[in-house]
Design a binder for this molecule. Structure first.
Ligand code: HOZ
Length: 435
């Protein structure tokens, strides 16, 4: 297989003339890893085919939403039916209620929610809501966590910003982020100090409970517990950004895992996206009734959107949630992901390549580091040049992982044992070359 087929090059040249960097979202440009992005022509199950008809086993899955793989028949049928009934009404539909009820049933901390179009929109509104409810300005966030590209949250963020070495975007005036306190992930001392110093001014603490935008980094149990306790103690809201982890690491999201270990644990607001839309532009934020009732038209915090609760997107989300709620779905997905991770670890070990990996449900991450990192600084110790060789080695062998070392990976129910075995075999060859 050619690493850069002519077809993709031709499209990239054309795209660059009309779309900045040739892409509509920076990480897709392959700037971090070099080479030409693969332009997707079509996808089915665990695979996509690029402009040159090369097939890839897809571990990006649209960055998380495609938990059932591409073109799942039940989801496709639901989308086709909905599209035939109308694309968008700008008026309420029964399906919006059904999806809201389905999400709330899966995530008990959500008593009410609102549907929007993107994780950015959901995160941005969750912050506005926290500020509106508490009457305070300050927001705590963590280095390497990414909560979409709302101005106030574009400070020391992960994902594309990490890739390009600009953790804070240009175009965000200092006054806009003066109320954003950025702390190190998993650093208890910094957390305690921030609340001791600013507790009465903090509206909310926003975090990815398993950070998926600095690859895959778990919040420790103790850190999670203290985040909750300090928020409660100081009257701040705990906002869980589960855009990546929601209905992905477990049916009830990462919070359901922490709730098993910490009695009574629940965030105040949850931000969701990706899986709940099944690949359509759909996201949500929700939480306690008393908080959510502060939103317009009931309360003073404004939020609106022409395409919010879109009928085709809600059909896609509902059909996806129905499938992943089947008994045994997550156990099977988690076992598959675990098999992949164990196989990669064994292959790296055999080749003498320092390697660490972690996974939960259908989400995984790996590092060319001997030990799993606990924060952004440690993630940044990764050898980017080596990762790029691994990335291209896999790509040449028909395996597509995220084109940046700061991104998590995703397994779908459509990945077969043969796909996982083929991936481990390909990785084994590349590790031998790296070792
Ligand atoms: N923000 C996504 C990665 N964490 C990238 C989205 C995309 O390029 O589609």
């Amino acid at each position: 297989m050619e690493p850069d087929t002519d077809f993709n090059d031709v499209l990239m040249t054309r795209a660059r003339r009309i779309i900045p960097g040739g892409v509509n979202s920076p990480v897709r440009a392959f700037r971090a890893v070099g080479g030409t992005p693969r332009f997707v022509r079509r996808a089915q199950g665990a695979y996509f085919w690029d402009a040159g008809e090369q097939r890839y086993i897809d571990y990006v899955g649209s960055w998380g939403p495609m938990i059932l793989g591409h073109g799942h028949p039940a989801v496709l049928q639901a989308v086709q039916r909905a599209a035939a009934e109308g694309f968008s009404f700008g008026a309420p539909t029964e399906r919006e209620i059904e999806l809201a009820e389905a999400i709330a049933a899966l995530i008990p901390s959500i008593e009410m929610l609102r549907l929007v179009c993107s994780g950015t929109e959901a995160g941005m509104t969750a912050i506005r809501l926290a500020r509106g409810v508490t009457g305070r300005a300050k927001i705590v966030k963590f280095e390497g966590c990414y909560h979409g590209h709302a101005d106030a949250l574009l400070v020391k963020a992960g994902s594309g910003l990490a890739t390009f070495g600009h953790p804070t975007s240009a175009g965000v005036p200092p006054e806009v982020v003066q109320h954003t306190l950025v702390l190190e992930y998993n650093n208890l001392d910094q957390l305690e100090q921030a609340f001791a110093q600013h507790g009465a001014e903090i509206a909310g603490l926003i975090m990815e409970p398993i950070a998926g935008n600095m690859n895959f980094v778990r919040a420790t149990l103790e850190f999670t517990r203290r985040c909750r306790e300090l928020c409660t103690q100081h009257g701040a809201l705990l906002i869980y950004d589960e855009v990546m982890t929601g209905c992905r690491v477990a049916l009830g999201g990462a919070q359901s895992l922490y709730a098993k270990a910490i009695a009574g644990f629940a965030p105040d607001i949850t931000v969701l996206g990706k899986v709940i839309g099944g690949g359509m532009p759909l996201a949500a934020f929700g939480g306690k009734r008393a908080i959510m009732e502060q939103l317009a038209p009931l309360g003073p915090v404004y939020q609106a959107g022409t395409l919010s609760g879109n009928p085709v997107a809600t059909a896609c989300g509902l059909a996806t949630l129905r499938e992943i709620s089947q008994p045994g779905f997550f156990d099977a997905l988690a076992a598959k992901t675990r098999r992949l991770i164990d196989g990669l670890c064994a292959a790296a070990r055999a080749a003498g390549v320092p390697f660490s990996a972690d996974c939960e449900g259908g989400m995984f991450g790996f590092f060319l580091l001997p030990d799993l990192p606990k924060n952004y600084g440690q993630v940044m110790q990764s050898d980017a040049a080596r990762f790029n060789r691994l990335f291209h080695g896999l790509l040449e062998r028909g395996i597509y992982i995220a084109p940046a070392l700061y991104e998590a990976g995703f397994v779908s129910s459509a990945h077969s044992d043969a796909d996982i075995d083929a991936t481990i075999a390909a990785a084994s060859e590349v590790f031998q070359a790296l070792g």
